[in-house]
Write a protein that binds this ligand. Structure first.
Ligand code: NOJ
Ligand code: MG
Length: 559
């Protein structure tokens, strides 16, 4: 059995990205065949998120860096992905680990130099990998020269670059808006006797996107990186950029329960997701469109019906508004089928869907749904219609790591302790091998390693033809090979108890995906050749009208 699997996995792996035929996008309702295959790479591409602090340390300071990422590019390329997205690498006091930027055009020395960055970009491109940067336009660091000027006096030319308001008549905060990271979103500045607004930390003052100069300044930053050849941006909290011009109080949230993050006590209907946001994003998109084949991905946590507005009028907004629905979904077949249906139904004609299972803000997949189901989830992610984004380490089943109180680094956990919002546990160092510090660094890493890195690491899983890593590679290879998977329509078949079954169809060819979301064996009425099982031991078996699934097994059938 073992050798059979290896053959199949290897034959899948030889599919290389230049062999894939040019295909039109097959939206379920309207095919968009106008854009060229090259411009459209992100529609069928697969993205891989690297959290730079935790990927590979090259200089022995316990923190990952750009040279480290360069060293590991062969690994990333070996997965078969198309693009790498890096969380922020810019000059930063690191109050929020780089999401607080003090120079949008500088590389933080912790990560390296601009020469290192240029080398990384060239090395990625040489391997056929695109490189996506994180754009953080909603807020800067409070140490950014723009903010230093803005807070200097009420009549400073940059005063209006940030959001300053007078105290309420009683001297208190201007309204009830709350910070994502706990407490009021308003910080009093005694020097000029006004409050400034920060949707996140007080060290992350929000820029005023109603100010034309602010927009131009960030557009200039975009042009700087795009001009270097960067392939696009993931835009941080893009739905936050514009706030209500009347600064109305947010209404209470009747759904609030104890244990939820404290800012959920209000509904953020005035402080975010305002209608004017779409003009701002269209402006960003125009800048990105000044350069060929670039992609704009928006970070947006909203219900799908609101999320899809971020494709913009006439699709002039984000190419890919991140769809995080699977991250918060209960792992039940019916619920997942429903959310796929809701999303598919909400998508505007011609819009390209996308799916995400994890990122640097959310608990690790393998801990959310368990190690066995993590394999089934991989099959789901890589067989759904839409661009998949993988989070580093999920391909080796990295768990959420328990962080002792003295090891907590995340400011969210420090501000709102004990209710499980901490993000350190999903940001731990990549587990490369079984040596000390898991091959991540010569020094003690900035966050503790998962205890089981001795078992779950790239070196070991790479050598095991049935490992989760081998599964990811086989799934990616199959997706690249079969137009039905990369570009086909999604057709729901069945969602009952723990069984989730759907088809992908493309120009007369079709595959059926049957996923067992539970531990009990189950059968499905489907016939055809088995292309892949999540357990990697059934290739070339035939299902004769009936497919028996083991517990926690997913299967792709040519049918
Ligand atoms: C979303 C980012 O993903 C998160 O890590 C960060 O803390 C906030 N935005 C603020 O920038
Ligand atoms: Mg380092």
């Amino acid at each position: 059995m073992r050798h059979r699997h290896t053959d199949v996995a290897e034959s899948l792996l030889v599919v290389n990205r230049t062999n894939v035929p040019a295909l039109p996008n097959a939206n379920n309702r309207e095919a968009n065949v106008t854009a060229s295959e090259q411009d459209d790479w992100w529609r069928r591409g697969i993205f891989y998120q690297v959290y730079p602090r935790s990927f590979q340390d090259s200089d022995g300071d316990g923190v990952g860096d750009l040279r480290g990422i360069i060293q590991r590019l062969p690994y990333i390329a070996s997965l078969g992905v198309d693009a790498v997205w890096l969380s922020p690498i810019f000059t930063s006091p690191m109050a929020d680990f780089g999401y607080d930027i003090a120079d949008y055009k500088g590389i933080d020395p912790l990560f390296g130099t601009m020469a290192d960055f240029d080398a990384l970009l060239a090395a990625a491109h040489a391997r056929g990998l695109k490189l996506i940067l994180d754009l953080v336009p909603n807020h800067s660091s409070d140490r950014h020269p723009w903010f230093v000027e803005s807070r200097a006096s009420r009549d400073n030319p940059k005063r209006d670059w940030y959001i300053w308001r007078d105290p309420a008549p009683d001297g208190g905060v201007p309204n009830n808006w709350l910070s994502e990271f706990g407490g009021s979103a308003w910080q009093y500045d005694a020097a000029t006797e006004q409050y400034y607004y920060h949707a996140f930390l007080k060290e992350q003052p929000d820029l005023n996107w109603r100010n034309r100069e602010v927009r131009e300044a960030i557009f200039d930053v975009m042009r700087f990186w795009l001009g270097k050849g960067v392939d696009g941006f993931r835009v941080d909290v893009i739905w936050h950029l514009i706030k209500d011009d009347l600064f109305r109080d947010d209404p209470p949230n009747p759904g609030f329960r104890d244990g939820m993050p404290p800012n959920r006590v209000i509904r953020h209907v005035h402080s975010a997701d305002r209608p004017e946001i779409h003009d701002v994003i269209a402006g960003m998109r125009r800048v990105s469109d000044e350069f060929p084949s670039r992609v704009l991905i928006g970070e947006i946590y909203l219900p799908v019906e609101r999320l899809v507005a971020y494709y913009g009028k006439d699709l002039a907004g984000a190419h890919l508004p991140f769809n995080f629905a699977l991250i918060s979904a209960n792992w039940h077949a019916r619920e997942i089928e429903d959310l796929i249906a809701r999303y598919e139904a909400a998508l505007p004609a011609g819009a390209s869907p996308n799916w995400v299972l994890g990122n640097h803000d959310k608990a690790r997949l393998a801990s959310r749904i368990g190690r066995d189901q993590a394999r089934v989830a991989a099959m789901l992610l890589l067989t759904l219609r839409g661009t998949p984004t993988l989070y580093y380490g999920d391909e080796i089943g990295m768990p959420q790591v328990a962080i002792a109180p003295e090891d907590v680094r995340d400011p969210f956990e420090k501000n709102v302790p004990g209710i499980g919002v901490g993000r350190d546990g999903c940001r731990t160092p990549m587990q490369w091998d079984a040596t000390e510090h898991a091959g991540f660094s010569q020094a003690t890493p900035w966050l503790p390693l998962a205890k089981d890195f001795v078992r779950d690491n790239v070196a070991l899983l790479d050598a095991d033809p049935r490992s989760i890593l081998s599964l990811y590679r086989a799934l990616i290879a199959l997706r690249r090979k079969l137009p039905a998977l990369s570009a086909g329509a999604y057709v729901p078949v069945r969602a009952e108890a723990d069984l989730l079954v759907y088809r992908r169809e493309f120009e007369g060819s079709s595959v059926t995906i049957a996923l067992n979301l539970g531990a009990t064996p189950a059968s499905v009425a489907v016939g055809g050749e088995i292309l892949l099982s999540t357990l990697l031991d059934r290739q070339s078996e035939k299902a004769e009208g009936r497919l028996d699934l083991r517990g926690n097994e997913g299967v792709i059938v040519a049918a």
